[in-house]
Design a binder for this molecule. Structure first.
Ligand code: BTN
Length: 337
């Protein structure tokens, strides 16, 4: 795994600190003497102490055990490339991780990196966004230190008309990651909302750069409200929102969540490249809040109502109206009636 951090941002560690953390991780829970650490890293015990102090100042919990050495207790819950890559075993997603403290929008930054020929699977993660983008030109509230804001660069060898299928893939990946890390069972609302008990906990914004037949890149933008508190939500939300913390009453380790998400994206994307859309559509439908329900879909000043019968290969919602006419809806906001 490669990792980078933009200068002045979080995560990049001097080689010695990386070496110390690697040694601590291998022997988690046991005391390692300063002498042993020093000889493994070819530095003095004083240098070891200096680097341990640096790690303590970054929020790592390391106990000094008098006359014996150091015991590693815990890493801070910060979304740095260093933390995210340790233990991440994926084929493509997260092959390169750029983590920043703050950016306008991780989707924008991911596009810039993609134009600069970033590899497929490159991930951009921010602790905060100053202009987080939501669907239909909305704003995505992105306070620091509590949630996950990430964008993944894909370069699928397929026609741009299939790109909406990747929104379904990322919705299923988020749902799987929530189930892996919590006791919660999310539902998916077309096209891209992840709900817990009817309230939005995550949103997806996939954007593409393409020519007629070729995709240059798709950026999967994923925002998950992880430990956000009630008072951190704006009062003028277009729909009720929640966080994993608010739903289960226990805070969630964001690094664990991010690793689970990158892993589920990796597995699903690999399956998708081999077997196509059918299995993803099946799982999406089984997790959907709208299948078989009567809904209203509004887009601008257009509105239509009907019972949902499925989604097609273009990601369109399939409805049967009261007058029996079948409709395909490509975009809009769904209200369950
Ligand atoms: C929505 O439901 O309206 C979509 C929200 C998508 C938010 C994420 S946060 C990470 C990525 N960067 C952005 O600017 N937006 C997406």
């Amino acid at each position: 795994m490669k990792e980078t951090d933009t200068p002045g941002t979080c995560g990049e560690k001097p080689p010695l600190e990386q070496g110390l953390l690697a040694l601590f991780r291998d022997r988690k829970g046991s005391v390692i003497s300063g002498e042993e650490l020093g000889s493994a890293l070819k530095v003095s015990r004083t240098a070891v102490w200096k680097h341990v102090k640096n790690l303590l100042s970054q929020g790592y919990l390391i106990e000094s055990v008098p006359s014996r050495g150091y015991r590693f207790l815990a890493a801070p819950d910060v979304l740095t490339s260093f933390e995210l890559t340790s233990g991440l075993q994926t084929k493509r997603i997260g092959c390169h991780i750029t983590s920043v403290r703050e950016t306008e929008s991780t989707n924008l930054l991911a596009f810039r990196l993609a134009e600069d020929s970033a590899q497929e699977g490159t991930v951009v993660i921010a602790e905060a966004q100053t202009a987080g983008k939501g669907r239909l030109g909305r704003h995505w509230e992105s306070p620091p230190g509590v949630n996950l804001y990430c964008s993944v660069i894909l370069r699928p060898p397929m026609s741009p008309v299939k790109a909406p299928q990747l929104t379904f893939l990322s919705a299923v990946a988020v749902a799987r990651a929530i189930e892996e890390v919590t006791r919660l069972h999310p539902k998916i609302k077309w096209p891209n909302d992840i709900l817990l008990h009817g309230q939005k906990v995550a949103g997806l914004l996939n954007e593409m750069s393409a020519e007629t037949d070729t995709i240059h890149c798709v950026v999967l933008g994923i925002g998950v409200n992880i430990n956000m508190l009630r008072e951190q939500f704006p009062s003028d939300l277009s729909q009720p929102a929640t966080s994993l913390f608010l739903e289960q009453g226990v805070s969630v380790n964001r690094v664990d969540f991010a690793r689970a998400l990158l892993t589920s994206l990796d597995v699903l994307y690999d399956d998708y490249l081999c077997d196509g859309f059918p299995a993803i559509r099946e799982e999406w439908l089984s997790r959907s809040t709208v299948l078989g329900r009567r809904v209203r879909v509004s887009f601008g000043n257009r509105e239509t109502e009907g019972v949902v019968t499925g989604v097609d290969n273009d990601g369109a919602l399939l409805l049967v109206r009261e007058d029996g006419v079948a409709e395909r809806v490509l975009a809009g906001d769904v209200t369950i009636l």
